[in-house]
Design a protein. Structure first.
Length: 308
Protein backbone atom coordinates (compact mmCIF):
# COMPACT_ATOMS: atom_id res chain seq x y z
CA UNK A 1 0.00 0.00 0.00
CA UNK A 2 2.92 2.31 -0.79
CA UNK A 3 0.68 4.75 -2.64
CA UNK A 4 -1.47 5.54 0.42
CA UNK A 5 -0.66 9.01 1.73
CA UNK A 6 -1.77 11.45 4.40
CA UNK A 7 -3.85 13.25 1.75
CA UNK A 8 -5.59 9.93 0.99
CA UNK A 9 -6.29 9.46 4.68
CA UNK A 10 -7.82 12.94 4.97
CA UNK A 11 -10.07 12.27 1.98
CA UNK A 12 -11.31 9.08 3.64
CA UNK A 13 -11.86 10.78 6.98
CA UNK A 14 -13.76 13.79 5.64
CA UNK A 15 -17.21 12.17 5.13
CA UNK A 16 -17.21 10.50 8.56
CA UNK A 17 -15.87 13.47 10.53
CA UNK A 18 -18.25 15.76 8.70
CA UNK A 19 -21.20 14.00 10.37
CA UNK A 20 -20.54 15.88 13.56
CA UNK A 21 -23.16 16.02 16.35
CA UNK A 22 -25.13 19.21 16.88
CA UNK A 23 -23.14 21.88 18.66
CA UNK A 24 -19.73 20.58 17.62
CA UNK A 25 -17.36 23.19 16.22
CA UNK A 26 -14.11 21.25 16.41
CA UNK A 27 -12.72 17.83 17.11
CA UNK A 28 -9.45 16.17 17.95
CA UNK A 29 -8.48 12.51 18.16
CA UNK A 30 -5.29 10.71 19.05
CA UNK A 31 -4.89 7.16 17.76
CA UNK A 32 -2.03 4.74 18.24
CA UNK A 33 -0.87 1.99 15.96
CA UNK A 34 -1.18 -1.66 16.96
CA UNK A 35 1.59 -2.34 19.49
CA UNK A 36 1.90 -5.67 21.32
CA UNK A 37 -1.69 -6.46 20.41
CA UNK A 38 -3.09 -3.12 21.57
CA UNK A 39 -4.15 0.12 19.93
CA UNK A 40 -6.13 3.05 21.25
CA UNK A 41 -8.22 6.00 20.18
CA UNK A 42 -9.10 8.96 22.38
CA UNK A 43 -10.69 12.35 21.83
CA UNK A 44 -13.91 13.60 20.32
CA UNK A 45 -15.92 16.59 19.19
CA UNK A 46 -15.97 19.84 21.17
CA UNK A 47 -18.39 22.75 21.39
CA UNK A 48 -17.54 26.46 21.27
CA UNK A 49 -16.58 26.41 24.97
CA UNK A 50 -14.18 23.53 24.53
CA UNK A 51 -16.38 20.90 26.17
CA UNK A 52 -16.77 17.45 24.67
CA UNK A 53 -20.01 16.92 22.77
CA UNK A 54 -21.75 13.56 23.29
CA UNK A 55 -21.79 11.34 20.22
CA UNK A 56 -24.71 9.10 19.39
CA UNK A 57 -22.33 6.33 18.32
CA UNK A 58 -18.58 5.92 18.06
CA UNK A 59 -18.88 3.28 15.34
CA UNK A 60 -18.79 5.73 12.40
CA UNK A 61 -15.36 6.86 13.60
CA UNK A 62 -13.92 3.34 13.35
CA UNK A 63 -12.65 4.74 10.05
CA UNK A 64 -9.88 6.34 12.13
CA UNK A 65 -8.47 2.93 13.05
CA UNK A 66 -8.70 1.84 9.41
CA UNK A 67 -6.83 4.91 8.24
CA UNK A 68 -4.09 4.45 10.85
CA UNK A 69 -3.61 0.85 9.74
CA UNK A 70 -3.36 1.86 6.08
CA UNK A 71 -0.82 4.56 6.90
CA UNK A 72 1.21 2.01 8.83
CA UNK A 73 1.34 -0.25 5.79
CA UNK A 74 2.21 2.53 3.38
CA UNK A 75 5.96 2.56 3.90
CA UNK A 76 6.00 6.12 5.28
CA UNK A 77 8.52 7.05 8.03
CA UNK A 78 8.09 5.14 11.30
CA UNK A 79 5.32 6.35 13.59
CA UNK A 80 3.16 5.03 16.41
CA UNK A 81 0.77 7.92 17.03
CA UNK A 82 -1.59 9.87 14.79
CA UNK A 83 -3.16 13.22 15.73
CA UNK A 84 -6.28 14.25 13.80
CA UNK A 85 -7.98 17.63 14.05
CA UNK A 86 -11.27 18.79 12.52
CA UNK A 87 -12.86 22.25 12.32
CA UNK A 88 -16.44 22.97 11.42
CA UNK A 89 -16.81 24.66 8.00
CA UNK A 90 -17.58 28.36 8.03
CA UNK A 91 -20.40 27.96 5.52
CA UNK A 92 -23.06 25.27 5.09
CA UNK A 93 -22.50 22.50 2.52
CA UNK A 94 -18.72 22.90 2.73
CA UNK A 95 -16.33 20.36 4.17
CA UNK A 96 -14.61 21.04 7.44
CA UNK A 97 -10.89 21.56 7.73
CA UNK A 98 -8.99 18.37 8.60
CA UNK A 99 -5.34 17.99 9.52
CA UNK A 100 -3.47 14.78 10.22
CA UNK A 101 -0.03 14.43 11.77
CA UNK A 102 2.03 11.34 12.55
CA UNK A 103 4.68 11.04 15.27
CA UNK A 104 6.89 8.47 16.96
CA UNK A 105 6.49 8.66 20.75
CA UNK A 106 8.98 6.56 22.72
CA UNK A 107 6.94 6.95 25.92
CA UNK A 108 4.05 4.89 24.58
CA UNK A 109 6.13 2.01 23.26
CA UNK A 110 4.82 -1.06 25.12
CA UNK A 111 7.04 -3.44 27.06
CA UNK A 112 7.87 -6.45 24.96
CA UNK A 113 7.94 -10.04 26.24
CA UNK A 114 11.70 -9.91 26.85
CA UNK A 115 11.81 -6.65 28.80
CA UNK A 116 14.16 -7.11 31.83
CA UNK A 117 11.80 -5.04 34.00
CA UNK A 118 9.70 -8.16 34.69
CA UNK A 119 12.55 -10.09 36.27
CA UNK A 120 13.66 -6.99 38.17
CA UNK A 121 10.24 -6.95 39.84
CA UNK A 122 10.35 -10.68 40.60
CA UNK A 123 13.83 -10.39 42.12
CA UNK A 124 12.73 -7.53 44.39
CA UNK A 125 9.82 -9.56 45.72
CA UNK A 126 12.05 -12.59 46.29
CA UNK A 127 14.53 -10.50 48.32
CA UNK A 128 11.65 -9.20 50.47
CA UNK A 129 10.24 -12.63 51.26
CA UNK A 130 13.65 -14.12 51.94
CA UNK A 131 13.99 -11.53 54.70
CA UNK A 132 10.88 -13.00 56.33
CA UNK A 133 11.66 -16.70 56.06
CA UNK A 134 12.74 -19.47 53.74
CA UNK A 135 11.14 -19.37 50.29
CA UNK A 136 10.23 -22.92 49.30
CA UNK A 137 11.92 -23.45 45.96
CA UNK A 138 9.92 -26.50 44.87
CA UNK A 139 6.53 -24.92 45.58
CA UNK A 140 4.57 -23.44 42.72
CA UNK A 141 0.89 -22.71 42.30
CA UNK A 142 0.42 -21.20 38.90
CA UNK A 143 -2.38 -21.54 36.39
CA UNK A 144 -2.10 -20.49 32.78
CA UNK A 145 0.91 -19.23 30.90
CA UNK A 146 1.75 -15.80 29.54
CA UNK A 147 0.74 -15.06 25.97
CA UNK A 148 3.10 -13.87 23.24
CA UNK A 149 2.93 -10.35 24.72
CA UNK A 150 3.97 -11.62 28.20
CA UNK A 151 0.48 -11.15 29.62
CA UNK A 152 -1.36 -13.36 32.13
CA UNK A 153 -4.59 -12.58 33.97
CA UNK A 154 -2.45 -10.31 36.13
CA UNK A 155 -1.33 -8.38 33.00
CA UNK A 156 2.29 -9.39 33.41
CA UNK A 157 4.24 -12.62 32.92
CA UNK A 158 4.13 -13.61 36.63
CA UNK A 159 1.01 -15.18 38.14
CA UNK A 160 1.98 -17.45 40.97
CA UNK A 161 2.06 -18.10 44.71
CA UNK A 162 5.13 -18.31 46.95
CA UNK A 163 5.35 -20.36 50.15
CA UNK A 164 7.54 -18.83 52.87
CA UNK A 165 8.45 -20.88 55.94
CA UNK A 166 9.35 -19.37 59.31
CA UNK A 167 9.32 -20.89 62.81
CA UNK A 168 5.76 -22.13 63.47
CA UNK A 169 4.40 -19.98 60.63
CA UNK A 170 3.65 -20.49 56.95
CA UNK A 171 3.04 -17.53 54.67
CA UNK A 172 1.49 -17.83 51.22
CA UNK A 173 2.00 -14.76 49.03
CA UNK A 174 1.04 -13.67 45.54
CA UNK A 175 3.98 -13.11 43.23
CA UNK A 176 3.11 -11.01 40.21
CA UNK A 177 0.39 -8.49 41.03
CA UNK A 178 3.10 -5.82 41.29
CA UNK A 179 4.89 -6.75 38.06
CA UNK A 180 4.72 -3.73 35.70
CA UNK A 181 2.14 -3.98 32.95
CA UNK A 182 3.11 -6.12 29.99
CA UNK A 183 2.26 -5.00 26.48
CA UNK A 184 1.57 -1.38 27.47
CA UNK A 185 3.74 1.44 28.79
CA UNK A 186 2.15 2.86 31.95
CA UNK A 187 4.76 3.49 34.69
CA UNK A 188 2.93 1.45 37.32
CA UNK A 189 3.85 -1.63 39.33
CA UNK A 190 0.88 -3.62 38.04
CA UNK A 191 -2.05 -3.32 40.44
CA UNK A 192 0.30 -1.79 43.04
CA UNK A 193 0.12 -4.46 45.76
CA UNK A 194 0.80 -8.06 46.73
CA UNK A 195 -1.43 -10.27 48.90
CA UNK A 196 -0.47 -12.73 51.62
CA UNK A 197 -2.08 -15.19 54.04
CA UNK A 198 -0.52 -16.42 57.27
CA UNK A 199 -1.12 -19.80 58.94
CA UNK A 200 -0.03 -21.76 61.96
CA UNK A 201 2.27 -24.22 60.20
CA UNK A 202 1.27 -27.07 62.54
CA UNK A 203 -2.38 -26.94 61.45
CA UNK A 204 -1.82 -27.47 57.71
CA UNK A 205 -0.99 -30.54 55.71
CA UNK A 206 0.18 -30.50 52.07
CA UNK A 207 -3.36 -30.79 50.69
CA UNK A 208 -4.64 -27.78 52.65
CA UNK A 209 -1.59 -25.73 51.73
CA UNK A 210 -2.42 -26.44 48.08
CA UNK A 211 -6.08 -25.52 48.64
CA UNK A 212 -5.29 -22.19 50.27
CA UNK A 213 -2.68 -21.40 47.62
CA UNK A 214 -5.22 -22.05 44.87
CA UNK A 215 -7.69 -19.82 46.68
CA UNK A 216 -5.12 -17.04 46.97
CA UNK A 217 -4.36 -17.11 43.25
CA UNK A 218 -8.11 -16.79 42.61
CA UNK A 219 -8.28 -13.81 44.98
CA UNK A 220 -5.36 -12.35 43.06
CA UNK A 221 -7.41 -12.69 39.86
CA UNK A 222 -10.22 -10.67 41.47
CA UNK A 223 -7.82 -7.99 42.67
CA UNK A 224 -6.28 -7.76 39.20
CA UNK A 225 -9.74 -7.36 37.68
CA UNK A 226 -10.65 -4.67 40.22
CA UNK A 227 -7.33 -2.88 39.69
CA UNK A 228 -7.90 -0.19 42.37
CA UNK A 229 -8.62 -2.58 45.25
CA UNK A 230 -5.39 -1.57 47.01
CA UNK A 231 -6.63 2.02 47.21
CA UNK A 232 -9.90 0.95 48.82
CA UNK A 233 -8.06 -1.18 51.37
CA UNK A 234 -5.86 1.80 52.20
CA UNK A 235 -8.92 4.05 52.49
CA UNK A 236 -11.04 1.80 54.71
CA UNK A 237 -8.38 -0.16 56.57
CA UNK A 238 -10.15 -3.44 55.91
CA UNK A 239 -12.89 -4.65 53.57
CA UNK A 240 -15.10 -7.71 53.11
CA UNK A 241 -13.85 -8.80 49.72
CA UNK A 242 -15.37 -12.09 48.58
CA UNK A 243 -17.26 -15.18 49.72
CA UNK A 244 -15.81 -18.65 50.03
CA UNK A 245 -17.19 -21.93 48.73
CA UNK A 246 -18.46 -24.72 50.97
CA UNK A 247 -15.00 -26.32 50.80
CA UNK A 248 -13.66 -23.81 53.30
CA UNK A 249 -16.33 -24.12 56.01
CA UNK A 250 -16.63 -22.82 58.66
CA UNK A 251 -14.81 -19.92 56.99
CA UNK A 252 -17.20 -18.09 54.66
CA UNK A 253 -15.55 -14.82 53.64
CA UNK A 254 -12.22 -13.22 52.87
CA UNK A 255 -11.25 -9.86 54.31
CA UNK A 256 -8.47 -7.75 52.89
CA UNK A 257 -6.67 -5.42 55.27
CA UNK A 258 -3.68 -3.10 55.45
CA UNK A 259 -0.33 -4.41 56.58
CA UNK A 260 2.68 -2.39 57.69
CA UNK A 261 4.99 -4.18 55.26
CA UNK A 262 6.02 -2.80 51.90
CA UNK A 263 8.05 -4.34 49.12
CA UNK A 264 10.86 -2.03 48.02
CA UNK A 265 13.09 -2.12 44.97
CA UNK A 266 10.33 -2.52 42.39
CA UNK A 267 10.77 -0.64 39.09
CA UNK A 268 8.27 2.12 39.95
CA UNK A 269 8.62 2.42 43.69
CA UNK A 270 7.45 0.33 46.63
CA UNK A 271 4.08 -1.41 46.98
CA UNK A 272 2.06 -2.32 50.08
CA UNK A 273 1.26 -5.77 51.35
CA UNK A 274 -2.39 -6.63 51.81
CA UNK A 275 -3.36 -9.32 54.29
CA UNK A 276 -6.06 -11.77 53.18
CA UNK A 277 -7.85 -13.33 56.16
CA UNK A 278 -10.61 -15.96 56.04
CA UNK A 279 -13.37 -15.34 58.59
CA UNK A 280 -16.51 -17.19 59.65
CA UNK A 281 -20.02 -15.82 59.26
CA UNK A 282 -20.41 -15.83 63.03
CA UNK A 283 -17.65 -13.20 63.27
CA UNK A 284 -19.80 -10.61 61.49
CA UNK A 285 -23.24 -11.89 62.53
CA UNK A 286 -25.61 -9.09 63.50
CA UNK A 287 -23.34 -6.34 62.24
CA UNK A 288 -24.39 -3.62 59.82
CA UNK A 289 -22.96 -4.46 56.41
CA UNK A 290 -24.44 -1.48 54.58
CA UNK A 291 -21.31 0.68 54.48
CA UNK A 292 -18.86 0.50 51.59
CA UNK A 293 -17.24 -2.94 51.35
CA UNK A 294 -18.69 -3.87 54.76
CA UNK A 295 -15.62 -2.11 56.09
CA UNK A 296 -16.79 -1.63 59.70
CA UNK A 297 -17.69 -5.30 60.08
CA UNK A 298 -14.37 -6.31 58.52
CA UNK A 299 -12.37 -4.09 60.90
CA UNK A 300 -14.30 -5.40 63.92
CA UNK A 301 -13.79 -9.02 62.95
CA UNK A 302 -10.06 -8.54 62.53
CA UNK A 303 -9.75 -6.55 65.77
CA UNK A 304 -11.38 -9.46 67.62
CA UNK A 305 -8.70 -11.69 66.08
CA UNK A 306 -6.00 -9.34 67.32
CA UNK A 307 -5.22 -8.19 63.77
CA UNK A 308 -5.00 -4.41 63.47
Amino acid sequence: MASYSIDDAIRELAPALGKAPAGAVSGDWTATTMQAGHSSRTGGYRDAEGNYVPEASRHPLDIISDVVEKLGESGMPRFNKVLIRWKKPKFPFMRGEITLETAYDRTIVPRGPDDPIYETAAAARRVFWQSRGTVQEDFAVERGTANIDAQTKWFGPHRRILAIHAPERLTLATDGLSTPWAGISEPENGVECELFMEFDAATLDAAWIENWANLLINIGDLVADGYRVARDVEKYGAILFCRLTEDYRPMTRITLSRDTGRIDGLPFGSVPLIRATPIAEAEIEGQDLSDDWGATAARNALANRGIR
